[in-house]
Unconditional design. Sequence first.
Length: 419
Amino acid sequence: MTATADLLRDLRAATGGKPRIYVPGGPAEPGCIATTLRDEPDLADGATFIGHWLPGINRTAWTGFHPGSRAEGTFLYSEYRSAFEDGRYHLTPIHYSGAYEWLKTVPLDAAFIPVSAPDKRGDVSLSLGTDMSPAVMARGKVRRIAVIRPDMPFPATSPRLPLSDFADVIEDDTPLITLGDPPLPDEAKAIAANVATLLGDGFTVQSGIGSVQQIAMAAAAHHRNIRIHTGMITDAALEAVNSGAISSAPGSILTGTAIGTPPLYEAAGSDPRFNFQPVSVTHSVPVLAAIPRLAAINGGVEVDLFGQLNSEWVKGRQVASTGGLGNFVRGAQLSAGGRSIIALPATARGGSLSRIVLQLTSPTVTLSRAEAGYVVTEHGVADLATADVDQRAERLIAVAAPAFRDSLANDWARLRASL
């Protein structure tokens, strides 16, 4: 084992004080590195940290330890806001599949790779870090550092590597990040019930992060023999397992990572249904397209009457990125019997703001109108896939909150006259 501080000093010496370091996100984010940099912030001076840190899960700002540090990533959220404004955080707004390819070529000197404790043969599992790390492990000239996390599960199906494949080994005794799912409010339960009408027994379900995962799994619980193919699962997936909705077949829960509470991590290491695969599998459009009856269930900030989606901007500021949304939507649209579903509450800010809007308030579009499928709120289902321009507006107004329907209809009539 090598001390983390000594390793960081060595990296600085080998790169003239400007190391480019891959630090992954997800539940196994190497907390030992953050602890070391808090104690010795000068070790971050001149360093550039590269990663795929997830909003709402990873709260470490790697630019925050020293003003001379920089970071590069594919999501933008509050912890990086000041560094982004200062030009020390570089955002690359690409699909999740693109982020995987980006990690294959972005300049790197070293990569910290979280792994499970080795088994009797000396092999370790990428486990909860399977999503992105294989892209870096395939690079021959990057110094690969195993970060052994004793509390990481060792799933039956996940990439395994000999510990000898790593140049260095450190141990991280900081706990895995945990995230519990809050109780579903009544409006979310109503959305789930509406989503359930678009599913059936034997469907394969993908779901985005946040509350939409709970909605998707609650919808799946109305059916049986459901399979999961997604980028990340939470405790909601375990609840679907316990309800009897998920197929008993080995590998029926295919995911890149899991973020939840200890019972989920324990199940990931003991239940043969858990199958951890990299982004090259979880987010591959050809792989997704080959899955029959794939339901991609994702959320968003707002949908306009043309069917365009914003899932990145709130109050004029970027709070997220496109992530895997585009990959899953395209895969579901190509799947035999598949469907793309955007599930979101009809209102925000305590009911004072409609999420169904005349035109998007964001400067960019996450999904174009050509990619529209179903939009589901607590008030119903709007089928946009083959709807013409006027039908789209009518159907979306019908699933908006009643208090906003008249104003939306009037605004649409004025806009329609100018088209």
